[in-house]
Design a protein around this ligand. Structure first.
Ligand SMILES: Cc1cc2nc3c(=O)[nH]c(=O)nc-3n(C[C@H](O)[C@H](O)[C@H](O)COP(=O)(O)OP(=O)(O)OC[C@H]3O[C@@H](n4cnc5c(N)ncnc54)[C@H](O)[C@@H]3O)c2cc1C
Length: 437
């Protein structure tokens, strides 16, 4: 039973970000009978693709099952970077070779510049700050592994990475929880739902048609002549783009078998005051760590609260059930926050792939950009954009993420029955690692 004293009066299970910029259905219209391109999902992937297509003169409609942006794109931690997370946790060089992996990291690094350009070009006021990120090492050996990566990250992703030994950690983080860490200068924090709101506005202005509360139930036909069945009627289209990431369902069973939806959870504290927050985050950077089951946390963009996220559960649990778990995690890092109340606790789905790499491609005429593997603010915006360029025939070279073998596993049909076991094993290994120090 959760300790009720941790919940502030009026505690919400909606994202803290929605206080300022909730998802909406502004501009919603019934889907047209025909469109050049139908986009399924109104997250960063869908809207980035739609914006580029509409600007390229294409008649495009976005179909969203709920309100616009109701998926992960308005729920994230808003931590952004380019290239440092590609293939994290997997051995992708074995699968794809050093050259292809190098190309992926380079492209991911470019995607960060693209993200910054979009904010500037579309004049999106989303409290973005290139604050840099501090990645805490959960053990001395994780710190040593980091040291071995710094040079590569700088060479391939221009990450601006440098090591911080434990003796100097307090300059970055008001905590002794980690064994030193790494600064990544080319990283920062954004208000995720203000960014999404800005993309919505840009799409509307560019003439993108938008249908909210329109669930796609199936896609039939062949490339060039597709029929999209929805809860609000049928749309005929030349091309379809799937941007459903952690919410990919049975409407597209082939894709559903290739992404593993995983819940991620976040809490936000009550306002603590700028001075107290600065004691915890002396450089006001965003934070992550090296655990298999990682913590990610940051000051709120206005510098008054702590926003703390992690995989609090590998079973499907409500935000109310997981908030106390996250609260305990937070106290592990910042014991002095005991007694502070939390005002928001929420959840959303990310999508993992079996090779830990994001994928774009097409299957039977359906383009897809799926599998953020936990980090998609920048990457999924990028892959949506690249998918649009591909449809417009505007690319000189294929994306390094395009056309990779997109694998599934026997007995996997979209319901990740193995997650509780895998999650428990990861947590146990993290726990053992820390006890062995
Ligand atoms: C709690 C949390 C914290 C995160 N933190 C970070 C972070 O700090 N940094 C980072 O880079 N990334 C983070 N992420 C990941 C990031 O939010 C996602 O990678 C990104 O938002 C994915 O965008 P998307 O457009 O691909 O998918 P989504 O934003 O999830 O959009 C998919 C949309 O498709 C719709 N849809 C699904 N099926 C259908 C259908 N049949 N018909 C119509 N519509 C459908 C859904 O309703 C949904 O709106 C986090 C995610 C979560 C959940």
């Amino acid at each position: 039973m959760a300790d009720p004293s941790i919940f502030a009066e009026g505690f919400k299970t909606d994202p803290y970000w929605w206080d300022l910029a909730p998802p909406d259905d502004e501009g919603d219209a019934p889907p047209p009978e025909r469109a050049d391109v139908v986009i399924v999902g109104s997250g960063y992937t869908g809207l980035s693709a739609a914006l580029e297509l509409a600007r390229g003169g294409v008649d495009v409609v976005v179909l969203e099952a709920f309100r616009f942006g109701e998926g992960a794109s308005t729920r994230s931690g808003g931590m952004v970077s380019g290239g440092v997370n590609v293939g994290k946790g997997g051995d992708i060089e074995k699968l794809y070779g050093a050259d292809r992996v190098g190309a992926m990291i380079e492209e991911a690094a470019e995607s960060y510049s693209h993200f910054e350009q979009i904010i500037e070009r579309e004049n999106i006021d989303c409290q973005y700050r290139r604050s840099g990120r501090f990645v805490g090492a959960h053990t001395p050996s994780a710190y040593a592994a980091m040291a071995a990566r710094v040079e590569t990250l700088n060479a391939q992703a221009s990450a601006g990475a440098s090591l911080v030994p434990k003796s100097r950690q307090r300059e970055q983080l008001g905590s002794d929880f980690y064994h030193g860490g790494m600064i990544v200068e080319r990283a920062g924090g954004v208000h995720p739902s203000l960014y999404h709101q800005g993309l919505r506005r840009a799409c509307r202005a560019a003439g993108v048609k938008l249908s909210a509360h329109t669930k796609v139930e199936g896609v039939e036909g062949t490339a060039g002549d597709l029929t999209v069945r929805t809860s609000r009627g049928v749309v005929r289209a030349r091309e379809v783009v799937l941007g459903t990431n952690g919410y990919t369902g049975k409407a597209t069973p082939w894709h559903q078998r290739r992404v593993v939806p995983v819940g991620s959870y976040i809490i936000a504290t009550e306002p603590l005051g700028e001075e107290r927050v600065r004691e915890l985050f002396p450089t006001m950077r965003v934070m992550a760590d090296t655990k298999r089951v990682l913590f990610y946390f940051r000051p709120s963009p206005d510098g008054t609260r702590v926003v703390f996220g992690g995989r609090a559960s590998f079973r499907t649990k409500s935000a109310l059930e997981t908030a106390p778990v996250l609260y305990d995690y937070m106290l592990g890092v910042f014991p002095e926050l005991r007694g502070v109340k939390i005002t928001h606790g929420w959840t959303g789905n990310v999508a993992f792939t079996f090779d830990r790499v994001p994928h774009m491609g097409d299957k039977d005429g359906v383009h897809y950009a799926l599998g953020c593997n936990g980090s998609g603010v920048v990457m999924m915006s990028h892959l949506g954009h690249r998918t649009a360029l591909k449809i417009l025939g505007k690319t000189n070279r294929a994306s390094a993420f395009d056309g990779l073998p997109f694998e599934t596993r026997p007995l996997y049909y979209g319901h990740p029955w193995f997650l509780p076991t895998v999650g428990a094993w990861y947590k146990l290994r993290d726990w053992i690692d820390r006890r062995m120090v």
